[in-house]
Ligand binder design. Structure first.
Ligand code: PGA
Length: 279
């Protein structure tokens, strides 16, 4: 297994004295993200109001993923606000263009200013029957279109109870990254049982799972795995964000419900911004 001297020392220190060397994390160029997944929420007025209230931060990468019909106005609101905020779609079709009623292509997303796109969210896996093969095709299309894919993975409660978490996650990761030879993507670990339920994973459990996810990435891409941001998602909120931000393998959060209120979302952004300043 490939391992840099830097990550070897970092892991050794972590194992022997149980401390994370934050400075070395930074040298790995791993970015911290706080990403809002608005799902099917907000109209034009509510969106305008959100951007009047939000403060954001230069210390972390903040991205808003509104519903498709709000992408273009959101781009304008972001520009008007002058704040360092990125824009992302919630889904992309695998084809370049064509007779796919109701779908959105990668070039359509970039055309209205998107730089990111969420792929393989568990709600889409559940309601639109997206499987790993389709997720992989969408990841390929996103990269081809110049978008950064935010690839979502996560186990259901049944799979967790049956102790299948690692098996499920490794299958989802390997499936999503088939024939992908770049590290230009973000992974979001979103346990299905934690999404929208208020039952967030503890920071310790999330850290343990993220470390496992990174070990799979190491097997797939060697040292490049150290630079991949792995976000936690699933009832992340203003009360638990600081705990997640303190964990060495949690590089940000993908936030649903708690991203809808600008003040609440700002608290989450600040929790990660502070973590960055302290590292
Ligand atoms: P939640 O959703 O924060 O409302 O649990 C997260 C997500 O589904 O991305």
């Amino acid at each position: 297994m490939e391992q840099s001297i830097e990550s070897y020392i970092k892991n050794l220190v972590r194992d022997v004295i149980g401390q994370n060397l934050g400075g070395l994390e930074l040298q790995c160029d791993r970015q911290t993200y706080v990403i809002a997944n608005w799902k099917m929420n907000k109209d034009l007025n509510e969106t305008a109001e959100f951007f009047q209230k939000i403060n954001s931060s230069h210390d972390v990468s903040v991205v808003i993923c509104p519903p498709t019909q709000l992408l273009y106005p959101t781009q304008l609101f972001i520009k008007q606000s002058g704040k360092p905020i990125g824009l992302g779609g919630q889904n992309v079709h695998w084809a370049d263009k064509g007779a796919y009623t109701g779908e959105t292509s990668g070039s359509m997303l970039t055309d209205v200013g998107s730089e990111y796109v969420i792929i393989g969210h568990s709600e889409r896996r559940q309601y639109s029957f997206e499987d790993d093969e389709l997720v992989n095709k969408k990841v390929q299309q996103a990269l081809k279109s110049g978008l950064t894919p935010i690839i979502c993975i996560g186990e259901t409660l049944g799979q967790k109870s049956a102790m299948q978490t690692e098996q499920v996650l490794s299958k989802q990761i390997i499936g999503a990254l088939k024939d992908i030879d770049t590290a230009h993507f973000i992974l979001a670990y979103e346990p299905v049982w934690a999404i929208g339920t208020g039952q967030s994973a503890t920071a310790e459990l999330a850290q343990e799972t993220h470390a496992y996810i990174r070990s799979i990435l190491r097997q797939l891409m060697g040292q490049k795995a150290e630079g991949i941001s792995i976000l936690y998602g699933g009832s992340a909120n203003e009360r638990n964000a600081a705990e997640y931000s303190a964990m060495p393998d949690i590089d940000g959060v993908l936030v649903g419900g708690a991203s809808l209120n600008a003040h609440v979302f700002d608290v989450i952004i600040n929790a990660f911004a502070k973590g960055e300043q302290n590292s």
